[in-house]
Design a protein around this ligand. Structure first.
Ligand code: HEC
Length: 193
């Protein structure tokens, strides 16, 4: 049996305490809570509008919801909260709104690595204070898992009329071929500190 020496024990304790302090920090960070609250509002509103329009008008009608309402909901939340609220992806459909900047690309890539090592996509997120030309910003990203309802427009077997409607609106579309549970992209929020 290996006997723990005093310095090893002290180091282990320091690590444990650092770990606990870190966990506490995370739980107590009001910026993270605020960002999560905004993401919940964004996701709830979009998904309820999406479900209603798929049920009432089918997926082609619902494409319009994604095209018009998603940016509008994001802009509304940005105006009312002081945060910049958006969505991004390594394979964006709308490259103008959804293409990641360098920081977002790095985080999205780290999400893929974290998923590959077994972490749940449902709760995956990353927060960081980033230096920018305009000063410090608090940035937060939360992974968006691909659910059943998403497959009609982001999956591997997209129906012919839906594919045609997407081709027409998004000739550079990269957001197809996703499977259930894949990381479709992420919510990305930031605000000045
Ligand atoms: C009815 C078709 C449709 C369905 C269903 C759908 N989407 Fe989309 N999705 C779109 C369209 C269209 C866009 C582009 C929106 C735009 O122009 O900003 C988009 C964009 C996105 C984006 C922004 C990044 C990008 O690729 O441009 C994310 C993230 C996203 N969808 C996730 C999802 C998730 C998660 C679901 C399921 C909960 C889902 N979508 C269901 C059509 C759909």
């Amino acid at each position: 049996m290996k006997v723990l020496t005093r310095p090893t024990l002290a180091a282990a304790c320091a690590l444990l305490i650092a770990g606990l302090a870190h966990a506490d920090d995370k739980a107590a960070n009001p910026n993270v809570d605020e960002a999560k609250g905004l993401i919940k509002q964004f996701a709830d509103q979009l998904q309820s509008e999406l479900k209603t329009s798929i049920n009432n008008g089918g997926p082609i009608k619902a494409i319009e919801v994604c095209q018009k309402r998603a940016p509008a909901i994001a802009a509304g939340l940005s105006r009312s909260s002081g945060w910049e609220v958006g969505r991004t992806s390594l394979k964006p459909r709308n490259a103008k709104l959804g293409a990641p900047d360098d920081w977002e690309r790095g985080v999205l890539e780290s999400f893929e690595t974290r998923k590959a090592s077994g972490e749940s996509v449902e709760t995956m997120a990353h927060a960081e204070v980033v230096e920018t030309d305009q000063g410090q910003r608090f940035r937060f990203m939360k992974a968006v898992p691909t659910q059943e309802v998403c497959l009609a427009c982001h999956g591997t077997e997209i129906s012919e009329p839906v594919a045609a409607a997407l081709d027409e609106r998004y000739p550079q579309d990269q957001a197809r071929g996703f499977a259930l549970g894949d990381i479709r992209g992420a919510f990305s929020l930031s605000k000045p500190l």
